[in-house]
Design a protein around this ligand. Structure first.
Ligand SMILES: NC(=O)c1ccc[n+]([C@@H]2O[C@H](COP(=O)([O-])OP(=O)(O)OC[C@H]3O[C@@H](n4cnc5c(N)ncnc54)[C@H](OP(=O)(O)O)[C@@H]3O)[C@@H](O)[C@H]2O)c1
Length: 367
């Protein structure tokens, strides 16, 4: 596996089928490949991925479109060239050659890949052992991220990994109780040791006991706030500090709920915790925008899963479906598009402090 450099094409030329080398700005100096660890600069690098080549441009007409290619020798780069073709192209370029290089036609999948580029990013999904966040983690992994599922039950993570057919190079489990600060503090060093970086953090733990309001014991009240709110707060402090200390950008996605925007019957403390979480999300979005840290909520409507199974009796199911214009529950995979949008640095670049609702229309239904 090699990591190739950023390479630049003039704006407006992306749609060209071929690129004349004389159109490239000069001079471009090509320094010898060095180890990634030696490199400090604006280009993103991946210490786990071997060599890179560094290019310098002294002439600064404002560019354009850049890409980074992480690939095996046979895999095509974003330009449509194989590794060897691309390498050959760079060598000719270095030698001052002036010839035409075929670039594959720009197509929709390349456009989308560029827009949602998550290749090589690393995502921590707290609560990723569960149903919804497990599906979201799968989506991130399919989009090229390496993912770490955090939860208390390894067997649940293993079940996901088996289904995905993934390897520890791409997906791992970290055991932690998200309500315990000292356990959460160990997640970041472990993940950066495994994967060399950390870009996306999803907070998805929650519990939802359905006690009638007058019967809610203090212990239950505290347990819900601990899991649904304090755990997210602890995690945000840990990952926020990590990114701010390093001057690194990042994306936090907090799992919200319909209960955050309207008080849902039968889940009093859950509603309370989710609406406080929405408030925290907005506050952090404002505080950390300057650091390039985006903080958003993803707000699912109703998706049958483990934590809400006990609440979803027949009458409630009828009430929910009667209130949902699409007249069905959501499927966990239907959260992936929203997850990729919020996670992606490019597609989601101006999205912070938002509550992205995925609910089949539940929230817009009144009479
Ligand atoms: N399902 C829905 O309809 C729905 C709707 C709106 C919002 N949501 C939100 O979406 C998120 C995921 O919900 P889900 O339905 O997928 O729930 P889920 O299947 O129960 O997943 C939640 C996961 O959180 C983990 N967890 C709970 N307490 C933890 C703790 N103290 N430390 C570490 N991990 C803990 C559990 O994993 P371990 O057993 O491994 O600890 C569990 O697998 C939640 O925030 C929920 O509020 C769900």
């Amino acid at each position: 596996m090699f990591s190739l450099p950023e390479f630049f094409f003039p704006p407006g030329r992306r749609l060209l089928k071929s690129l004349r080398l004389e159109n490239l700005p000069k001079p471009i100096t090509w320094t010898k490949p060095r180890r990634l660890a030696d490199f400090a600069g604006p280009l993103e690098t991946s210490p786990s991925r071997g060599l890179f080549c560094k290019f310098k441009r002294s002439d600064p007409p404002l560019w354009l479109y850049s890409f980074r290619a992480n690939m095996e020798r046979t895999r095509r780069t974003a330009s449509g060239l194989t590794y060897l073709e691309f390498w050959d192209f760079l060598e000719r370029l270095q030698g001052g050659a002036n010839e035409e290089v075929e670039l594959k036609e720009h197509n929709a999948s390349k456009f989308l890949k560029g827009l949602f580029d998550l290749e090589d990013k690393v995502a921590v999904v707290v609560g990723g052992t569960g149903v919804l966040c497990g599906a979201m983690a799968w989506g991130l992994w399919r989009a090229g991220c390496r993912v770490v599922l955090v939860g208390r039950h390894q067997d649940k993570a293993e079940a996901h990994f088996k289904e995905w057919e993934t390897s520890p190079d791409e997906a791992r489990f970290f055991k932690a109780d998200a309500t315990e600060r000292d356990q959460v503090a160990k997640i970041i060093p472990a993940v950066t040791k495994w994967f060399g970086r950390l870009d996306i953090w999803i907070n998805g733990v929650a519990i939802n006991p359905p006690s009638p309001y007058l019967e809610i014991p203090d212990e239950e009240f505290e347990a819900i706030l601990d899991t649904n709110l304090k755990a997210v707060h602890i995690a945000c402090q840990a990952i926020g500090k990590h990114w701010i200390d390093r001057g690194q950008r990042g994306s936090i996605i907090n799992m919200s709920s319909m209960a955050a925007i309207r008080p849902l019957s039968r889940v009093f403390v859950y509603s309370l915790s989710k609406s406080a979480l929405w408030n925290l999300t907005q506050n952090l979005a404002r505080e950390w925008a300057d650091y390039g840290i985006r903080v958003n909520s993803l707000c699912p409507g109703f998706f049958p899963a483990e934590q809400n199974r006990r609440v979803l009796d027949k009458s409630r199911v009828r009430a929910i479906l009667g209130h949902t214009p699409m007249k069905r529950f959501g499927e966990p995979e239907e959260l992936i598009g929203a997850t990729l949008l919020l996670a992606s640095e490019k597609a989601g670049s101006f999205i912070t402090g938002s509550n992205l609702i995925v609910d089949g229309g539940f929230s817009v239904t009144s009479i």
